[in-house]
Write a protein that binds this ligand. Structure first.
Ligand code: MTE
Ligand code: MO
Length: 530
C-alpha cells in the first residue's frame, strides 16, 4: 500500500520494548505489534525485537519463517522504512541491532563451533586435567542470545512458580537465597550432542547438528536451593505426589530468552533427586553464559533440561510444548530418516558415556624400531615377549546418567584383541579430613581415568578402513599425511556403570538423524612415528 507513511529507522527505535506502542521492522516494512503481544505464542520475548528488525530474531527462531506467521504480521502493517535508510531494499546492516550484542566475553581456549549463538566446547586437555572444570572453560550451549541481568538488580530477579491449579507464587532471587536452605551438588552437564562428530565419522553417515567432539560435557560444583523445597513452599501437595496421586506429571522450566524444557515430576520430588535452582557454580556466581543469575540443575539428566536464566516454573499434566522438548533431543532407529517426533520419548536420564581426552605416546629407540620393522618383514621369527612396544598414556572421563556410578573403564590398546582396566582417579575421596568434593545423593559427577600401557608393535598396521574404526580427524590427518610406511594402532575404551549398562560397540548401530547420544566405544588411532 503506497499510501502508507515512510519511517526513518530512528523513528522506529522510539517504539522499543518500553514504549506504549512497540514496533518492529520486517524486510522494509514497519509493524505496530501492540495488539499482537498478548497473543504471541512465545510470550513477551517478542519485545526483544521491538524498536528494530525482527529478521535477525527469525534467523534464530526459524519457526517463524512461514506464510502463517507472515499473514499474522501483515495485519499490523503501518508503513515502510524511508528510502534514505535502505540499502538494496533492506535496512542498512549497521542500523540493525545485533541480537548478540550483549553477549559476554569468552575465554579464547574454548573451541568455538558457532559464535552467534555461542556454542563452544571445552578443550580436550581441560576435560581430564581437573576434576572440576573451571567456569571459563565449561562448555557453552546457547540456542539464543545471553540475557542481560544487571548485577545491581540480580537479587530482584523474579522466579514465577505456577501450580497446576493456576496458583501463582513469585520469588526474588533474594527470597530463594534467604528463605530456603542452600544445597551443593557436584554434577556433570552433558549435551545430548556430545561426540556427535564421532558418530558421523564412525558411522560414515552425516548427522544433523553441531559436530561436537568429546567436549560438550563438563563438571562443576553447583549451589542453590532444592526445587522440591520451593514447590512445597508454593503450595504443591508433596505427599500426594510422592504417593503417585498428583495430577501434576511434569515440571516446565522457562528461560528469559524463551528457551524451555521439562522434567517428569518424579525426578523433581525425589528426595534423592537433587534438582537444584542454582545461583552458584564452583563457588562463584553463575557466569552469564551458564545462566546468571539462576538456572535449573537436573543432575543425571541430559543438560537440555537444566534451563538457564530461569524465570518461570510451571506444573502441568503434560510435557513442555517447546520444540526442545517435543521436536529435538530424541533418538530414532538407524533406518529412520523421516521421523514422527511424537513417537519417541524425550531424552531425560543419560546413558553411559566415556571418552579419551589425552593421548601421549612414548618414543621408540632406533633399535626398537629397526627390530620392529625386521619383525614385520619376517613374520613369526621374533617371540612375543621380545616384541617392542610403544608406551602410551591415555586419560579421559567416564560418566553415566540417573545417578549411576561408573564401576569400570575397559581399555584395549590393540584394536580390541585384548583388554585391560584403566585406573579410576579417587577424585571423590576425602583428603586430609576435608569433606569429599562430591556432594549429592547420586553419582552425578564423572570419573576421570588413566591408563599407562604399551601398544604392542603387532598392533600397528596401515590405518584401518573399517567404518567404525575411523579415527578422529586429527589423528587421521596425521596417519595419512606421509608415505605408506606410517603405521597406526587403534586404542579404544568403554565404560560400565553400576547397573552393568555399557556402551555400544559401534556408532553405526546407534546412528540417528540428529546424532543424539553418541556413546559408542571411543576409538583413537595412535601412529608409530608421529
Ligand atoms: N537454557 C536456556 N535458557 N537456553 C539454552 O539455550 N541450552 C540447553 C541447556 N539450558 C539452553 C538452556 C542445552 S541444550 C544445554 S546442553 C545446556 O543448557 C548447556 O549448559 P551450559 O551452556 O551451561 O554448558
Ligand atoms: Mo544440549
Amino acid at each position: 500500500d503506497p499510501s502508507l507513511p515512510r519511517f526513518r529507522i530512528a523513528d522506529v527505535r522510539k517504539h522499543g520494548a518500553e514504549s506504549q506502542n512497540p514496533w518492529v521492522i520486517h524486510g522494509d516494512k514497519v509493524y505496530d505489534i501492540t495488539d499482537w503481544i498478548p497473543a504471541h505464542p512465545g510470550g513477551q520475548v517478542i519485545l526483544r525485537a521491538a524498536g528494530g528488525s525482527i529478521d535477525s530474531y527469525w534467523n534464530i527462531f526459524t519457526i517463524h519463517k512461514n506464510q502463517y506467521v507472515y499473514d499474522i504480521l501483515s495485519q499490523y502493517l503501518i508503513g515502510y522504512i524511508h528510502q534514505a535508510d535502505l540499502v538494496n531494499g533492506r535496512p542498512a546492516q549497521e542500523q540493525i541491532e545485533d541480537p548478540f550484542a550483549d553477549d559476554p566475553e569468552r575465554h579464547p581456549a574454548l573451541i568455538t563451533k558457532t559464535a552467534k549463538p555461542r556454542n563452544a566446547e571445552t578443550p580436550a586437555a581441560a576435560l581430564s586435567a581437573q576434576f572440576l572444570t573451571p567456569n571459563e572453560l565449561f562448555y557453552v550451549r546457547n540456542h539464543m542470545w545471553v540475557p542481560l541481568v544487571d548485577e545491581a538488580t540480580s537479587n530482584a530477579h523474579l522466579l514465577t512458580v505456577e501450580l497446576f491449579d493456576g496458583t501463582v507464587k513469585q520469588y526474588t532471587l533474594e527470597d530463594l537465597k534467604t528463605r530456603f536452605p542452600s544445597r551443593k551438588i557436584t554434577a556433570v552437564l552433558q549435551c545430548s550432542g556430545n561426540r556427535r562428530k564421532h558418530m558421523s565419522e564412525g558411522s560414515g553417515r552425516s548427522t544433523n547438528g553441531l559436530q561436537w567432539a568429546a567436549g560438550a560435557i563438563s563438571n562443576a560444583s553447583w549451589e542453590g536451593v532444592l526445587l522440591a523445597d520451593v514447590l512445597a513452599d508454593a503450595g504443591f501437595e508433596m505427599a500426594e505426589a510422592l504417593n503417585g496421586e498428583s495430577e501434576t506429571r511434569h515440571v516446565h522450566f522457562s528461560g528469559m530468552e524463551a528457551y524451555g524444557a521439562s522434567i517428569p515430576i518424579k525426578k523433581a520430588i525425589d528426595p534423592q533427586g537433587d534438582v537444584l535452582l542454582a545461583y552458584s557454580m564452583n563457588d562463584k556466581p553463575l557466569p552469564r553464559d551458564h545462566g546468571y543469575p539462576l538456572r535449573a540443575i537436573v543432575p543425571g539428566h541430559v543438560a537440555a533440561r537444566s534451563v538457564k536464566w530461569l524465570n518461570q516454573i510451571t506444573l502441568s499434566d503434560e510435557e513442555s510444548m517447546s520444540q526442545w522438548q517435543r521436536k529435538d533431543y530424541k533418538c530414532f532407529g538407524p533406518n529412520e530418516t523421516k521421523v514422527d517426533w511424537d513417537a519417541a520419548p524425550a531424552i531425560q536420564e543419560l546413558p553411559v558415556q566415556s571418552a579419551i581426552t589425552d593421548v601421549r605416546l612414548g618414543g621408540w629407540t632406533n633399535a626398537e624400531r629397526n627390530k620392529g620393522e625386521a619383525k614385520d618383514n619376517d613374520q613369526g621369527t621374533s617371540k612375543q615377549s621380545e616384541e617392542p612396544a610403544q608406551k602410551v598414556s591415555l586419560s579421559g572421563y567416564a560418566f553415566s546418567g540417573g545417578g549411576r556410578s561408573i564401576i569400570r573403564v575397559d581399555a584395549s590398546l590393540d584394536g580390541g584383541s585384548s583388554w585391560t582396566q584403566a585406573y579410576l582417579l579417587p577424585d571423590c575421596a576425602s583428603k586430609d579430613g576435608s569433606p569429599s568434593p562430591c556432594q549429592g545423593h547420586g553419582a552425578w559427577t564423572w570419573k576421570r581415568w588413566r591408563l599407562d600401557g604399551a601398544v604392542p608393535l603387532a598392533a600397528f598396521r596401515h590405518p584401518e578402513q573399517s567404518a567404525d574404526a575411523r579415527p578422529d580427524e586429527a589423528s587421521r590427518d596425521k596417519a595419512a599425511d606421509k608415505d605408506g610406511n606410517r603405521r597406526c594402532a587403534t586404542v579404544m575404551i568403554k565404560a560400565t556403570d553400576d547397573a552393568y549398562n555399557t556402551q555400544p560397540e559401534s556408532h553405526a548401530a546407534t546412528w540417528n538423524l540428529r546424532g543424539n547420544l553418541a556413546t559408542a566405544w571411543h576409538r583413537i588411532q595412535v601412529c608409530a612415528d608421529c
